[in-house]
Write a protein that binds this ligand. Structure first.
Ligand code: FAD
Ligand code: THG
Length: 823
């Protein structure tokens, strides 16, 4: 048994020497960690994982800003790397083709992401596509998106170059070492066991690619990824390619995507490589993958490459030949079914496990993102935080209900199917649904709720029962017509629900809002230490406050309700909030997620008091139950915790009770509200109302990358009340150079949806975070990260290639005197 490592100098063991493991060793040693050992079951430098046969196409542009930043770093890093005198990156550029109007529109949106995230790219004509790729049939093409800085990563040489550099700084790479166990003591990792000995470790990083679940099981950690095979084939020599490339030039034309048929292409000298996502999902059991030597003995090229299934390939081959008529006389020379990882949401799995301290994951990572991921994980290990926002990749982003093997399987397979689809930002996955429903679900169905899914929850976006309210008051219900894209997952009923909330009263299902119960003698001091505002007020107080990391970045925003001297209810955001709190909690503090066992209804609107007061013996007047106060009381027969807070900016309460009493609470409020014209209202109205009020959504508007001051949340920071986590960093911050800025679109009929680039004086200067039509304001509200600009500045937001004029606005946009809430 290895003793618990208490030494100061970290001893890092990395499992796997694919592109991620090698990159990580390079990044760790570059940061001054020298005790780094990389254990690899196969032979170096091509040990037989996904990297060993990756064709290495790097398309940088992605809807995720973080993934795009990872890819940009990979391009930058590999361009400067050489292995045996050859560069590890060939900047042939990238070209995506549109052959359908839907795809052509979507490429405009993609060009917007590129501008938002700082990738060079332009939309081009079919003639230009033909010029870039002479083999394609121009008559099929409506247009293309050309990205001159994309290209080919040479994955094995890049791994080798990083391996050598890390070795030069003292790292050890041991191939033909198969990891068979992870040792731990007192919840911390202590060593990695292999078939050739045990390696003590303070930090272990699993970079085992699609074997992740196997390593995870050794550590008692579930790794939410599904390995799937994906077809890749090469044609025989093509005279058209031979003419341009010759034996010394591997590729000269852009890497190419034909996403309408789930295909991509690259050159291999005079041969054409073709990858397909068109076939059925081909899941692989990572526990059944053969060891290297056994795979070779059975005539497999590598453990991760399976025999080519011709029947799956046939339709793709036809599609390839229709795009490139020159292929009509060609044949496929070799092909294989290569395995790599898919996760339920298509994002990597990064970070330290909550189950085992010192055990890190860096898995489900494409070659494209590998260097960026390695840098972020190395920063996290060495500095305690990364310079980029990683919340979309966090190992703890999934809810308990999203971690079952069945869920990971179904969603992973669906990600494979959808990998090249045109996806609307609100489009939910179809399976498995419904998974989580609130106690009001039956009533919501009766009211014609239109459900979308989030975090496994069925969430009403609007209710068809409110359709008769559309046009109820013709002056204020002029809802501008929408374009086909923004009209999806939307209805004019949303405007009626927003108006009913501002004019009467509405019930909102807030059940999916994460609730933590924090209890114990140490709870007040603990929350005071963890958050920025003063939460140690008398019981009955509710406080809006922030979780910061050590560098002063916003990890989350919370409402903290002190319900008793040693009992708090915390309204939180992602599952990572609980992990973060637990990591810092002393023994006399207990943290419990009570979301699933409880439920919540937001009762909001000018008539909220008229609705609730007759149902309770407690005094709900403004004097007796003030804004940001909490009370434990009864509504009819139902015990509730009532918080007087409102994310929609109207008078009212969040009413919490246990799940068993939820339906009764709903029915009680519904019946009492009838004479007041109560409506059930959905998340679309909710999102519109909160943006009018300027309330930020964590993870969308601001993340760990932003300080409270940049995000406009300085009001929740109390520097006058002693120390808290992140305080020291706040005092060192440079002056604010960017701001979360409210914009109003000038044209009352225009809308944007989020992630669009913003131009100031014609120059791309930032990007939209969230946006929604403000039905009270009669304008679309968009929040954007921009350099500080005075109110009134004219800017432009690019929406599907159109420059939409907008103006920097003054916050708050709605009810600046708070007369609607404080009364
Ligand atoms: P791997 O390369 O699989 O490395 C993991 C290593 O861990 C392996 O070498 C394995 O032997 C080792 N290991 C596992 N278990 C143990 C153990 N118990 N003990 C010791 N060692 C262990 N990505 C792109 O960006 N662009 C592309 O164009 C592209 N095309 C692809 C085409 C195909 C056909 C395939 C299959 C994948 C493609 N990918 C592409 C994806 C990409 O190849 C992978 O995502 C990436 O290589 C994963 O790198 P990795 O280092 O995480 O995993
Ligand atoms: N309700 C509860 N908890 C939550 C949310 C919620 N936790 C997570 C998330 N939502 C937190 N976000 C906000 C954002 C704004 C406000 C409340 C929660 C809010 N702000 C007022 C303002 O900015 O003027 C009041 C701030 C103050 O007085 O300090 O209301 O929706 N339970």
């Amino acid at each position: 048994m290895t003793s618990a490592p208490q030494s100061d100098s970290p001893k890092v063991v990395v499992i796997g020497a694919g592109i991620v493991g090698c990159s990580l060793a390079d990044e760790l040693t570059a940061r001054g960690l020298h005790d780094v050992t990389v254990l690899e079951q196969g032979p170096l430098p091509a040990p037989g994982g996904s990297t060993s046969h990756a064709p290495g196409l790097v398309f940088q542009t992605n809807p995720s800003r973080t993934l795009t930043a990872f890819a940009r770093y990979t391009v930058e890093k590999f361009s400067a790397l050489e292995a045996d005198g050859r560069s590890c990156f060939t900047p042939v550029g990238g070209l995506e083709l549109a052959t359908t109007p839907g795809r052509w529109a979507d490429l405009h949106r993609k060009a917007g992401w590129a501008a938002s995230w700082g990738v060079r790219g332009e939309l081009v004509t079919p003639a230009r596509c033909k010029e870039l790729w002479p083999l394609v049939d121009e008559s099929m093409i409506l247009g293309g998106f050309h990205t001159p800085n994309d290209g080919l990563a040479h994955a094995v040489p890049a791994a080798l170059a990083q391996l050598r550099r890390a070795q030069g700084r003292g790292a050890r790479f041991l191939d033909r070492h198969t990891v068979t166990g992870i040792e731990q003591q007192d919840g911390r990792v202590t060593a990695v066991v292999t078939d050739r000995g045990t390696f003590p470790a303070t930090h272990v990083v699993s970079a085992a690619g699609f074997w992740g679940p196997v390593i995870g099981r050794m550590a008692g950690v579930e790794v939410p990824l599904l390995p799937l095979a994906h077809q890749y084939a090469r044609t025989g020599p093509l005279p058209e390619l031979a003419a341009a490339n010759g034996p010394r030039i591997e590729a000269s034309k852009p890497i190419l995507r034909f996403q309408d048929r789930d295909l991509y292409f690259r050159e291999h000298n005079d041969r054409l490589g073709i990858g397909s996502y068109a076939h059925r999902p081909l899941p692989v059991d990572p526990f059944a993958v053969l060891p290297y030597d056994e795979a070779r003995a059975r005539d497999l090229d590598m453990p991760s490459s399976f025999p080519f299934t011709e029947e799956d390939w046939a339709p793709s081959w036809e599609d390839a030949r229709s795009l490139m008529p020159a292929l009509r006389d060609a044949a496929v020379d070799d092909g294989f079914n290569g395995v790599f990882s898919f996760t339920p949401d298509g994002m990597p799995v990064l970070g330290e496990s909550r189950a085992l301290r010192g055990f890190w994951l860096a898995e489900a990572v494409w070659v494209t993102h590998s260097a960026g991921v390695a840098r972020a994980v190395a920063e996290s290990i060495v500095d305690g935080h990364a310079s980029l926002d990683l919340h979309e990749c966090d190992v703890h982003r999934f809810e308990e209900a999203q971690r079952s093997p069945a869920y990971v399987h179904d969603r992973g397979a669906q990600q494979f199917i959808e990998v090249y689809d045109v996806l609307h930002p609100l489009q939910p996955m179809e399976q498995p649904r419904p998974l989580r429903v609130s106690p009001f679900h039956a009533r919501q169905q009766e009211l014609g709720a239109y459900f979308l899914e989030g975090g496994g929850w069925e969430r009403p976006h609007w209710y068809e029962a409110n359709a008769p309210l559309v046009g109820e008051n013709s002056e204020s219900t002029k809802v501008p017509a929408r374009d086909a894209w923004s009209a999806r997952y939307w209805s004019p009923v949303v405007a009626a629900e927003a108006r009913a909330t501002r004019e009467r009263v509405a019930l909102y299902d807030m059940t999916p809002l994460r609730r933590l119960e924090v209890t114990g003698p140490g709870a007040p001091a603990f929350l005071q230490h963890m958050t920025t505002n003063n939460v140690a007020k008398k019981p009955g107080a509710v406080t809006y406050t922030l979780l910061l990391d050590e560098k002063g970045g916003v990890r989350s925003d919370l409402t903290v309700a002190r319900l008793a001297p040693e009992r708090f209810q915390v309204g939180a955001n992602s599952p990572a909030d609980q992990v973060w709190l637990e990591r810092h909690a002393p023994d006399d503090v207990h943290i419990r997620d009570i979301t699933s066992g409880t439920c919540c209804i937001g009762v909001w609107g000018p008539l909220a008091r008229a609705l609730v007061q007759p149902l309770t013996r407690d005094d709900f007047s403004h004097e007796a139950f003030g804004y940001f106060r909490a009370k434990e009381t009864y509504i009819g027969h139902v015990p509730v915790t009532a918080l007087r807070v409102s994310y929609v900016g109207e008078l009212g309460w969040e009413l919490y009770t246990t799940a068993d009493l939820g339906l009764r609470l709903w029915d009680t409020l519904w019946a009492a509200g009838q004479e007041l014209g109560v409506v059930a209202a959905g998340r679309s109205a909710f999102n519109s109302l909160r943006l009018e009020k300027g309330y930020r959504a964590w993870g969308v508007d601001m993340t760990e990358e932003h300080s409270p001051y940049e995000a406009g949340l300085g009001f929740a920071v109390r520097l006058d009340r002693g120390d808290f986590l992140g305080r020291a960093a706040l005092e060192q911050l440079p002056p604010v150079a960017r701001r979360l800025t409210p914009l109003l679109l000038d044209d009352p009929a225009a809308v944007v949806l989020g992630k669009e680039p913003v131009y100031v004086g014609g120059v791309p200067s930032g990007y939209v975070t969230s946006a929604a039509y403000g039905y009270t304001l009669g304008r679309c509200v968009a929040y954007a990260w921009l350099p500080p600009l005075p109110a009134g500045t004219d800017v432009e937001v690019e929406y599907f290639g159109e420059k939409v004029p907008a103006t920097v606005a003054e916050e708050p946009l709605f009810d600046p005197k708070m007369t609607r809430i404080r009364r």
